[in-house]
Design a binder for this molecule. Sequence first.
Ligand code: BT5
Length: 441
Amino acid sequence: MTGSAAWPVRGFVALGSNLGRRCDYLASARAALGAAGVTVLAASRVYESPAEGVPGAQPPFLNAVLAVAFPGSPEELLALCLAVEAAHGRERGEARAAGGPGPRTLDLDLLLAQDAAGRPIARAGASLRLPHPRAAGRAFVRLPLAEVAGAIPGLAETLGPPPDDPAYREACGRTRARGPLALWPDDAYRDDTVTARFEPGSFGLGSAFRFLAETGSTNDDARLWAAEGAPHGALVVADRQTAGRGRLGRAWATPPGVALALSAVLRPGWPPERLALLPFAAGLAVARALEDLGLRPGLKWPNDVLVNGRKLSGILAEVTRDAVVLGIGVNLNWPRGRMEPELYARATSVLAERGGPVSRPLFLLRLLRELDRALQELDASPEGVLCEWRRRSTTLGREVRVRAGGEILEGVAREIRPDGGLLLAARTGERVVHAGDVTVL
Ligand code: BT5
């Protein structure tokens, strides 16, 4: 990017998706561009239109257009768009239909660009053509573009007038505005970005929310709130923790802007044996939310979520007088290069594993959905939760060393017992451990 910072490009980027959680992909793409240094000047509403000009029967598309500014060249902006696309494309195996593109999780196109002096940029290369050759005649591009055209005066007009034919007018009739993409103005956890999109599940998570820019520990906040009568399902979310806690008084790092720290106040009325399984349900929920992003998490007894052998998330369940506080920490857009040396070797983040950032409020919503589901499963069938947990275990069947209290045990991790204990086949015989730290040998 040498010298390019002095040359801010402005342009229009089209977003499209016709597979999976389409709206989430568009919102997440917007957040990812923002996180990568693109300034979003304006965002159109989301439009829906039937899939046309693509092979086979495909689901309808959602489309939107962003007006953006970027401190680099159009080629660099396009490369960034492709990287964001690829990071999202990995979420689903994309079948390529014969004769053209198959359904897409996410498609980003640079439509038009202008230089710092306001001159339209033309390109006719193999990888970048500006203006985009197929933009002018597409209703699903022109309608959202018209909404944000004013953010870059004079540029949209360089596309020329829309086609004056019945086919285009019919396509306009089939392209319907669905709602604002502007619900996600930034990547912060805030009431207006999260609760507006939150859908309550039947376990009752999310009965009340507290969003904090900075706190000591969300588990401490949730404990206090529980003592003051917080309802079942109340949630504390913080952008940064200054005294985040792990087990046994260990520290949990939550730097600002890159992670999720969440604590839930639960009053499920369960017996202690079932409460002891909460970390398993929470680990399962985190794993499923990460799987949704295309990652392959593993679960390490008792409370770690690992990706490629490194810890990406940790869980801390604490019983108070009349409630349980379930705390979850997840490393999201944290570059590994910015981790403290002692964490660097052992910890990782979604950004590092996926090669691209994730929208933090969207991830929070995804995780809450999965957590509500896993807690319902734990209510209905603890064995079902353990079974799903075991399928993702990186511990079972392996030779491990367990530090439990003052003791160090070695042996094969045989089984997770119905009460959550780890059954270890040690040289001295079988042992069940209920708390400890496991190292795979
Ligand atoms: C845990 O403890 O893994 C439980 C972490 C729970 C954190 C959440 S965040 C929201 C809520 N509020 C809180 O105050 N806590 C909860 P443990 O198994 O003891 O692991 C702690 C160890 O993990 C530390 O000693 C470090 O080695 C390592 N560690 C610390 N921060 C980390 C991070 N951000 N990512 C990965 N590893 C980390």
